[in-house]
Structure formats: C-alpha cells, structure tokens
Design a protein around this ligand. Structure first.
Ligand code: ATP
Ligand code: MG
Length: 461
C-alpha cells in the first residue's frame, strides 16, 4: 500500500534518510490516510536524536524537546519530528516519570494508545503495523495496544480518547478495551480539565456527537460532566417531547453543523431542566425558567473545563435565547438582534433548528417552517441595512453633547431611547428626527429626576 503525503513531509523523511537515519510518518496521519480522511497534521518519528534532527534542518523550533520533539519548518509548513521513545513508569496516571529514547521503532509503537494510532509508514518500507491496526480499521474497532487495563492505568485520558476515536470514525470499542474503560472510568478524575476538555470538544464536534452516550454509559461523564448524567436520567412527559432530556440533547447535536460554539450550546442548553422539572396533575412535565438555569449552569461547567471567555460568553448567550420564539416579524427580530448581536444570530437560528428537530416528530415541520420564515425576515433586515445597534444609529454621543446634554449616564439613556424608537420604526433613524425626540426625552428625564428629588425630600429622616 502507498500513502500520498505532502511534498514537505516527503522532504523531511528524505533528508533524514539521506543522513542514514530511519524516519516514518506515524500515528493519526497514517490512520486518517488509510481511512481516506485528510490528516490534521503529519507527525514524523525517527531514530535520530533531537540534536541530530536540529543539525540536519535549517529552521527548527524546540517545541517539546524534553519529550524528544523538534518542530521542523519547511516551505511554510511545520512538522513535528519526534525521536523514538519509550515512556518510563507512570506513577500518577497522567505522565510518565521519564521518557527514554530508543533505537527501535517497535518500542515506540508499543507506547501508543490504540492499534489504529500505532502504525508507521514510509515509501521504502511501506506500512509498519505491528499491532493489527489495519485489521481494526477494517473491523471498525478501537482496541488498546497491549493490555487495556495497563494502558489506561498509565494514562487515564486514554479512557476518554477511546470514545473520541470511536465518535470520529463511527467505530465500536473492543470488548476488553471497553470493559477496562468502564472499570477505570473513575480515574479520569486525576486528569486536568484542559486535557478532558480537548477530548470532549473532539467528541461533540465529530460526525457522531451522540457517542457521548457511550461515555455516559461507561461512567465517564459522571466524573467530568455529572450534569449531563442528570439529563440522561430526566424524562420529559410532555406532548412537545419524545425523548429524555439527555437523548434530546444528543439528537440535537447530531442534527446540527459541526461548529464548536454551536455544539457546546446544544450540549448545555437544557442542563437546567432536571432542576426545574415539575409535574402537573395530568402527569405532564414542565420546565419553567429552564433557559436561565441552564445558562447559569453552563457557565459553571465551562469555567470548570477551563474554557476561554469568548466561548463561554457566546455559548451562554445562545442558551439564554434558545427558546425565544422566532417568528417572521421584523420588529421582533430587530429586538432579538439588539440583544444577541449580528455575529451570534445565525448560530441562534441553527440552535433553534437543531433543538426543534430533536423534539416530538409531529411538531418538527411546523417549527422549522416558522424558523425558516423568520430567517428570511432576518435576511431582509440585513439587506435593508436596518439599524438594531447603537453604532448604527443616525446620531451619536457627540451629537447629544453638542446639543447641550451633559456628559454622563444621560447620554447612554438618550441613545438607548433613540434605539428603542428606531427598532419600533426604522423610518425614525433620521438625524433630525432623532435629535428632536432626544430633546423631548431629555426634558422628560429632567422632569422625572426633579420629581424623584421631590419625593426623596418627603422621606422621613
Ligand atoms: P488528531 O487528528 O486529533 O490530531 P491524532 O491521532 O494525531 O489525532 P494526537 O493526540 O495528535 O492524536 O496524537 C498523535 C499520536 O500520538 C496518536 O495517534 C497516538 O499514536 C499518540 N498518542 C497521543 N496521545 C496519546 C496518549 N495519551 N497515550 C498514548 N499515545 C498517545
Ligand atoms: Mg495529531
């Protein structure tokens, strides 16, 4: 078999071979090439030491030199070249105590997590597959290299990575590997939030985010996302719903595009439902106020997972608005745009579509038709360049100051009042009209303040 690789990768291999070293592409890129997928990165493994690698290439960066990794820069591309290594004892279930370089490719392949990730390749030797990775690809199977209990005890993150590779490839997990994962799932608690989050993100942004259910069934989410377990265990006896909260969440993610913010919003959008569920006399469940509780819980979860503030802000906003009723009503959509912002609004539409598609089947057609009609109106608002933010108003703070408004909170109040008017009626976004009504508003506000002052005077000491 032959794997086609980018010219720069071939150049790195050729340069190492020319100096008499062994060199192969290895891991994810070999797996993805066999699967017909585009590899994310092309990792290279060699028996040359990091110092030897650095002496061969003009431009290198010491990205992980203590682990034997040197990044080689060629023609604008960066490729990681790692010296064959064996990991020392894992005493903490996370990191090897030491790494030692070895002269043997076989030793290096043995330390890798799954058979499908433990293959190497170069044009001269073809595929080096010492653990049956090719066969497992054909069987669509995730299988640990060697004894799964040992491998998961060395590094607990591998337990979650098993689900990640299953989700990315629509593979099953080998029986012994799964049994070990279930038994050792509690040890995921030793893994840092950042490493957990990186794998969780890859699961939920994969083609099969519903594999998160495997992580739930195996007792993994209980460790790092117990809020999701509560969703899996919360029924929704309600005519709008056909699934438990958790199943609904999985279906909604599957029904949406593979966007990180979108998928996180869907993963977390109903997190508050277990806490707010009430059942009426007819036995129908209600989830009043769940969006607000979900938003707050989502914030807690994302902070715990050490996610960045931009993502947290966007996801929370989408969750806050996920059940606002989108209707083909210009005025109402301008109001929503004012709160959500133009950047996130297209994602809000996608959240609502996916959410609808995961509800009771007889509702779906109607809901989608409504959301699509609303989307058209949203597009018209943009095409007509209607104003829904302060920055698009025909007046600004400087205009108000020039009119004699004192600097301070009054400016913001007047601009927001102007925006209220313009959102009600886009025809009002005219400089003269807005200045005139601002002058009126100012008089009213001054009168109000005077009035408040008067009532304060009347308060007893
Ligand atoms: P991706 O497409 O996400 O980059 P990948 O297979 O390249 O997938 P990486 O996390 O980049 O995954 O790791 C590269 C390779 O290093 C893996 O294919 C595997 O051989 C090895 N590896 C990575 N992490 C571990 C781990 N925790 N334990 C054992 N081997 C690992
Ligand atoms: Mg990789």
């Amino acid at each position: 078999m032959k794997i086609r690789m980018p010219a720069t990768v071939r150049m790195v291999l050729d340069s190492l071979h020319a100096k008499g070293y062994e060199a192969y592409i290895v891991g994810g890129c070999v797996r993805d090439s066999i699967l017909g997928k585009r590899p994310n990165d092309w990792d290279i493994t060699t028996n040359a030491s990091p110092a030897q690698v650095k002496s061969i290439f003009v431009k290198t960066v010491d990205t992980g030199i203590e682990h034997g990794t040197v990044t080689v820069l060629v023609g604008g591309d960066a490729h990681e070249v790692t010296t064959y290594r064996v990991d020392g004892a894992y005493l903490d279930g996370r990191h090897p105590e030491s790494v030692t370089f070895t002269a043997s490719l076989a030793e290096d392949l043995k330390r890798r997590d799954f058979t499908i990730n433990a293959m190497a390749y170069n044009d001269q030797d073809g595929l080096v597959d010492l653990h049956g990775g090719m066969e497992d690809i054909q069987q669509k199977m995730i299988r640990a290299v060697g004894d799964p209990m040992e491998r998961f005890q060395e590094d607990s993150l591998r337990i979650l990575r098993a689900v990640r590779f299953a989700a990315q490839n629509n593979f099953g997990i080998d029986r012994d590997t799964l049994a070990a994962a279930i038994q050792l799932a509690p040890t995921l608690s030793r893994i840092s939030a950042e490493r957990i989050c990186a794998e969780l993100t890859k699961i939920i942004t994969s083609e099969h985010p519903e594999y998160l259910k495997v992580a739930y069934q195996a007792g993994m989410t209980r460790i790092f996302l117990p809020e999701f377990d509560a969703c899996m265990e919360t029924p929704q006896n309600n005519p709008h719903h056909a699934y438990t909260v958790g199943e609904h969440t999985l279906i909604a993610m599957r029904a949406s595009a593979q966007d990180r913010v979108l998928r996180y919003a869907l993963l977390l959008h109903d997190l508050g439902k277990p806490a707010v569920r009430t059942t009426d006399e007819q036995g129908v469940d209600h989830f009043y106020g769940h969006a607000q509780v979900s938003e707050q819980m989502a914030g807690t979860v994302m902070k715990r997972l050490k996610m960045d503030n931009d993502t947290i802000h966007s996801v929370k906003m989408l969750i806050r608005c996920h059940d606002w009723l989108l209707r083909p009503d210009e005025r109402q959509i301008r109001k929503m745009l004012r709160v959500v912002g133009q950047e996130l609004f297209p994602l809000l539409i996608k959240v609502q579509m996916a959410d609808s598609m995961a509800k009771a089947p007889d509702q779906v057609q109607e809901d989608l038709a409504r959301i699509i009609a609303a989307t058209r109106v949203y597009e018209e608002i943009l095409a007509k360049e209607q104003c829904f933010t302060l920055k698009d108003l025909a007046i600004n703070g400087a205009d108000l100051i020039a009119m004699g408004v004192p600097k301070g909170p009054m400016i913001g109040k007047l601009l927001n009042a102007a925006l209220d008017r313009v959102i009600e009626d886009p025809g009002q976004n005219d400089r003269e009209k807005l200045l005139r009504s601002a002058a009126e508003d100012m008089k009213d506000m001054n009168a109000d303040t005077a009035h408040q002052g008067a009532s304060l005077d009347k308060l007893p000491d």
